[in-house]
Ligand binder design. Structure first.
Ligand SMILES: [Zn+2]
Length: 384
């Protein structure tokens, strides 16, 4: 039986979700305390961290900001440079050209056009594709290896350039739930994150790649962190309004190109924010697989944020989930099969095998439906 947060829409199938005795999730409790936080003190702390970065840098850059060109990283880059007065090196690990959308390339270029120095690492496409295929088959997740590279590129670059301070965006534990390693601004423990936890590069050798091809996927060891004094910090922790809503507005006003047309249709994408995840299209499929495995998709996350910030009511959020959560147009599935060079039937077999039968059943019309959806009548009040 799935339980849902009484305030938002977060299910207890969320990995490592934290709920209190009253059935309210951690991000909802965090949102309640926003008014009580001394934001001036946090800003002072952030300035101290920035000064630490500048004082300890062996480069002319004061810090590294991890970017994709998306809404959050666009806001981060501007904030670090224009509000904190630091000189950041933006670091991006890109998708292979064949996978990356024109829109993603535009948004990354936009950051450079806004006057930032941009360091881009593009892992070898052939290896990336093998790892993606293997990851999908082994984990029902296209991006396990991709995420490894996204995470690893930042400390790798920090170590090689001698820039110890790295800024990330939000602390996912506080914004979305789950335990990533800290409940404050410290991201050094993110090696305990789902993706990085216990990750060994050798685990990927069965994908048919050589160890020498896995350099971008190697998250530096703790001793390397210590030696280089690496400090990774969640910038979002210090910003009162670092959220989907404000970040989207900011980025759109600073050159971000959102999805348009069918690509922005939540019936196609399973996403209600056309400024979310713009770099490539397989993200919709990954959310779809999460929906199969855990019973919730992107809209659950997006609508929960809106509920938490008072933009919509919980009932309106539930309706959005009912209409759009887990949607993924066949076109994207066809494209993925073509990209990975596997028969479409193989993809359909994977979809069948990753559908969690504890959460799903066939209804009277022979269609798969969630047994305990938040929108089903008995669950609307939550089951806590
Ligand atoms: Zn909640």
């Amino acid at each position: 039986m799935i339980g849902y947060c009484k305030r938002c829409l977060t299910p207890d199938t969320w990995p490592d979700a934290v709920f209190d005795q009253e059935g309210v999730c951690l991000p909802c409790r965090v949102a309640e305390t926003m008014e009580d936080i001394d934001w001036n003190e946090r800003l002072n702390e952030l300035h101290r961290i920035g000064k630490w970065g500048r004082d300890h840098s062996h480069s002319h850059y004061d810090c590294i900001v991890g970017v994709s060109g998306g809404k959050d990283s666009t806001r981060q880059a501007f904030y670090v440079r224009d509000e904190l007065g630091l000189n950041p090196l933006l670091v991006c690990c890109t998708y292979p050209p064949e996978e990356m959308t024109e829109r993603g390339a535009h948004n990354l270029a936009n950051l450079a056009e806004c006057g930032f120095d941009l360091h881009v690492l593009s892992p070898a496409p052939v290896v990336s594709k093998k790892l993606m295929n293997y990851s999908l088959h082994q984990h029902g997740n296209l991006f396990r290896a991709t995420e490894l590279a996204l995470y690893a590129t930042l400390p790798q670059t920090a170590i090689s350039y001698g820039i110890p301070l790295i800024f990330l965006g939000e602390n996912p534990s506080l914004t979305f739930g789950g335990k990533v390693g800290s409940f404050d601004s410290d991201a050094n423990n993110q090696r305990s994150h789902n993706t990085l936890g216990g990750a060994k590069v050798a685990d990927w050798l069965p994908a048919g790649v050589k160890i020498s091809e896995l350099v971008p996927y190697c998250y530096p060891d703790e001793w390397e962190f210590d030696k280089a004094d690496i400090r990774i910090v969640y910038l979002g922790y210090f910003m009162r309004d670092f959220n989907d809503i404000v970040n989207t507005d900011f980025a759109l006003n600073h050159g971000l190109e959102p999805r348009i047309g069918d690509d922005a249709n939540p019936e196609w994408t399973g996403s209600i924010n056309p400024a979310d995840a713009l770099d490539e299209e397989f993200v919709h499929i990954n959310q779809f697989f999460k929906y199969l495995k855990l019973g919730y998709g992107k809209v659950t996350q997006q609508a929960s944020v809106k509920v938490r910030h008072g933009q919509i009511t919980r009932d309106e959020g539930i309706e959005l989930v009912r209409k759009y959560d887990g949607k993924c147009n066949e076109i994207y599935l066809d494209k993925l099969a073509n990209y990975l060079d596997i028969p479409r039937s193989e993809l359909d077999d994977l979809i069948a095998s990753y559908r969690n039968k504890d959460l799903w059943h066939l209804n009277n019309h022979g269609e798969w439906e969630l047994k305990e959806a938040i929108y089903s009548h008995n669950n609307a009040e939550s089951v806590w």
